[in-house]
Every structure is written in structure tokens, then in C-alpha cells.
Design a protein around this ligand. Structure first.
Ligand SMILES: *Cc1c(COP(=O)(O)O)cnc(C)c1O
Length: 405
């Protein structure tokens, strides 16, 4: 207790910018889907660092890659390329629609690259009038000023002065609302192929196919933000694969590094050629240490047995949550795909998702919310079935506590 007393939650308020409000619990160690705090209390992790820790904590393959690369070469800058970046890019190209890869360090930066590429492609190919970007209400694309403006919650982009222009928002799963906005001036439609932060909302087949068709009719690029859905989360390597709709640009981050910061933008050769030398870049992007860890994460997840297990584990989750709901009747819907799961609170519990998260934490379970009324789970893709069972038991206790009041 005594050694860690100086690094406590009070210190956060003293020395950190107050843009976050973290839990009082300070985790110090993790293994698989378990985490321990400063007082050695154990938690089951159904949060996965917000869909990042696709292989749980300290997975041996990732630790090995980190240690091996850590003793070889950490950083060069893009004045030189490096072996881990080349190998990872080749694997991304071999396993997706993409022919070219740009590396960044986060989801927002990957999207920033996608948006700038779409604008530059449109300028080069179609002229200066094709600048409009259509995105979706409740969508989330990161916190840079461009990505937060493209995101569908004005509350995140208001209050910072003039926003990047020509960004419009349609309604998710409402093709007519896209038709109203799209024209020859549209350079790109940007969307999550399953809205994450916005409430775990899956697209209908007609909608997502319809958006693809509208993009084709109007010579607009379709950009899929797979920052949350990518790298096995939905049971497919990338969610687009399960939707039979292929984007022109795809962004991936979160799970890509399994906990090490990295992001990437994937596209075709024809589109990529418009990001010519000097048009865009990043000091860290494609850093050998990040790429070595990401390569190990990608190899481990991109295994038919691991991806198939995501779906069987998802069934365990949904069955367990439905059983809890049969007893306590707190959810009106359990939704999502693979291990990106949303439990939507009934009208009686509107706005109280954070209370469920806190009650779960008290029972030794880490979870997430997606908005004020949805409890979200995004655990490790390789979480042991026994940890799912134990975590659900703890969640049931939390639910019981809230229902009792
Ligand atoms: C988390 C997220 C982002 C932002 O990623 P950062 O790494 O936080 O910049 C962008 N898009 C989606 C869909 C996300 O879930």
C-alpha cells in the first residue's frame, strides 16, 4: 500500500488536465482477461481497453514480439523504411481488398489520413468542386478537429472555433437521408460498418449496399472506419467481409496493436497514388516497435479458429445476458456483432448506464458504456469461457444491486 500512495487518484486531479474522469481504481497488472489493482483486487475485463486488447493483457506472443524488437530497433522515422512495417503492410494487403497501406498511431490519425486522401483524390480526379463529405449522426471517428467534425455529435466539435467545412450528416440506416445529401459534389461517404460509440448499431443489408451503390453513382469514395470493428472484433477479420460490401478506403487502429498504439489506412493503388511524396506524413507512423507488436497481434487473430471462437464466445455472452435479463428485466435489447455487444437499458433505466458500469466495477468486473443508456462489452477475443462465466456472475450481482436500489 505505502509505495503506491503517491501515485493515487488524488494525484490525477492535481496534475492531469481534467478532460477525463477516471475510476478510483488504479490497475497495476494484467494477465489474459484478468486485471489487478494497487490493492491486489482482481477484476474480470469485459472492457478490453475499449476494444483494443484483442488478445487480453500481456499475451505471450505480444510480449515476445515487444521484447525481441525492443532489443533490435525502436524507431527510425519515415526517412527510412523498416522490416516490421513492410511485413505488416504485406499481411494487411494479402488479407484484405487493399493494395496500399499508410501507417499512423491512432484511429483519429488514420481517419485524418483517409479524409485528406479523399479530398485530394477528388481534387485531382474531379476538380475543385468535389469537396463534400457525408458522415452519420452519432458516428465517431476520433478527436482531431477534422475527425470530430466528421463525427456525428456536435457536442464534441462545438466550442473550438470555425470547423472544417463541407461536412454533412445523414441518418444511419436511413438511405433516403443519404440520397438527400449526396451529389456530384460529394467526395466521400464516411461510416462505421457498425456504429460503436454511437450505440452498437448494425447496418441493415439494404442500407449498406445502398450506400455503396450511391457512392458508385456519384463517383464518391466509400470510407469504412473499422477502428473499433476491425481485427476480428465482429468475428470477421474486418467487418466489411461479413457485409459483402467493399469500401474504397478502410481505417483500422484500436485492436491492430493489441494495446500498442498504431493505426493504418488501407486503400487501392489507384486511390493511394494521390498521396504523393510530401502530401502527408507522420514521425512515428510505421514505427518498427509498433509494427512488430501489431504483426504478432495480426498473426494471432487472423486464424480461422480464433475468429470462429469469437462467435461462440459471443453466443455465451448473449445467452448469459439474456438469462440475467429474464430475472431482472433491465434491458430492452442485447445487440451487436461478435464481441462488440450492447445491452440497451429499458425506459425505466434510461441514462443510467454509468451506474451499471460502476456497480459492476464494485463486483470486480470492468465494462464500458456506449452513450448514457447502453452498457457495452468489448472483451479480449480470446477470453477464456470460464472468465466469461465468472464475469457474467459478477455482472448479475451488479444488476441485482441496482434493481434492489
Ligand atoms: C476509437 C475510435 C476512433 C478514434 O480512435 P483513437 O485511437 O482514439 O484516435 C475512431 N473511430 C472509431 C470507430 C472508434 O471507435
Amino acid at each position: 500500500m505505502t509505495e503506491h500512495n503517491s501515485a493515487n487518484r488524488d494525484l490525477f486531479d492535481q496534475v492531469m488536465v481534467p478532460n477525463y474522469s477516471p475510476s478510483a481504481v488504479i490497475p497495476v497488472r494484467g494477465k489474459g482477461s484478468k486485471v489487478w489493482d494497487q490493492d491486489n483486487n482482481e477484476y474480470i475485463d469485459f472492457a478490453g481497453g475499449i476494444a483494443v486488447n484483442c488478445l487480453g493483457h500481456c499475451h505471450p506472443a505480444l510480449v515476445e514480439a515487444l521484447k525481441t524488437q525492443g532489443e533490435k530497433l525502436w524507431h527510425l522515422s519515415n526517412v527510412m523504411t523498416n522490416e516490421p512495417a513492410l511485413r505488416l503492410a504485406k499481411k494487411l494487403v494479402d488479407n484484405t481488398f487493399a493494395e496500399k497501406v499508410y501507417f499512423a498511431n491512432s484511429g483519429a490519425e488514420s481517419n485524418e489520413a483517409a479524409l485528406k486522401l479523399a479530398r485530394r483524390w477528388a481534387l485531382d480526379v474531379h476538380g475543385a468542386d468535389k469537396t463534400e463529405i457525408i458522415a452519420f449522426k452519432q458516428g465517431f471517428h476520433g478527436r482531431t478537429f477534422f475527425t470530430v467534425t466528421v463525427g456525428g455529435q456536435a457536442a464534441y466539435s462545438d466550442g473550438f472555433g470555425p470547423k472544417p467545412g463541407d461536412v454533412f450528416h445523414a441518418e444511419y440506416n436511413n438511405l433516403d437521408s443519404v440520397k438527400e445529401l449526396i451529389s456530384e459534389k460529394t467526395c466521400a461517404v464516411v461510416m462505421e460498418p457498425l456504429q460503436g460509440e454511437g450505440g452498437i448499431i448494425s447496418p441493415t443489408n439494404d442500407f449498406i449496399q445502398g450506400v455503396r451503390d450511391l457512392c458508385d453513382q456519384h463517383n464518391a469514395l466509400l470510407v469504412f472506419d473499422e477502428v473499433q470493428t476491425g481485427v476480428g472484433r465482429t468475428g470477421d477479420l474486418y467487418a466489411y467481409m461479413g457485409l459483402n460490401v467493399t469500401p474504397d478506403i478502410l481505417t483500422t487502429a484500436k485492436a491492430l496493436g493489441g494495446g500498442f498504439p498504431i493505426g493504418a489506412m488501407l486503400t487501392t493503388t489507384e486511390i493511394a497514388k494521390h498521396l504523393k511524396i510530401g502530401t502527408h506524413g507522420s514521425t512515428y507512423g510505421g514505427n518498427p516497435l509498433a509494427c512488430a507488436v501489431a504483426e504478432a497481434a495480426f498473426d494471432t487473430v487472423n486464424d480461422p479458429a480464433v475468429l470462429a471462437a469469437v462467435l461462440s464466445k459471443a453466443t455465451l455472452f448473449k445467452d448469459g445476458l439474456n438469462k440475467i435479463n429474464d430475472k431482472y428485466n433491465v434491458f430492452k435489447e442485447i445487440r451487436g456483432k461478435g464481441l462488440l455487444i450492447g445491452a440497451v437499458l429499458t425506459d425505466d433505466y434510461q441514462g443510467r448506464a454509468k451506474e451499471f458500469l460502476n456497480a459492476a466495477m464494485s463486483e470486480g468486473l470492468m465494462s464500458l458504456v456506449a452513450g448514457a443508456s447502453i452498457v457495452r462489452f468489448a472483451p479480449s477475443l480470446v477470453i477464456p469461457d470460464a472468465d466469461i462465466a465468472e464475469g457474467l456472475l459478477r455482472f448479475e450481482k451488479a444488476v441485482a444491486n441496482i434493481v434492489k436500489g
